[in-house]
Ligand binder design. Structure first.
Ligand SMILES: [Zn+2]
Length: 78
């Protein structure tokens, strides 16, 4: 495993907390640095962020719909 692969693995584990703004200061800074240099993690993060926005934009009744259920289970499966 290269350093890059190890960094990416670590980054992917933290992406959720990153988009939720739940990372500690140190981890947040590290991840931002990584996202600046790593295109694949960056696009993954963008994907999570958009997905999160979509879920956030759904109303209660929509979240209970099949589509809402699908998005929720999709989020859990990562
Ligand atoms: Zn990466």
């Amino acid at each position: 495993m290269t350093k890059q692969q190890i960094d990416c693995e670590l980054a992917l584990k933290q992406i959720f907390e990153y988009v939720d703004h739940e990372l500690g200061e140190h981890e947040h800074a590290w991840l931002e640095q990584h996202l600046r240099t790593c295109k694949s993690c960056f696009s993954r993060m963008e994907f999570e962020r958009r997905l999160k926005e979509k879920v956030g934009a759904l109303r209660e009744d929509e979240l209970a719909s099949p589509l809402g259920e699908r998005i929720k289970s999709l989020l859990k499966s990562f």
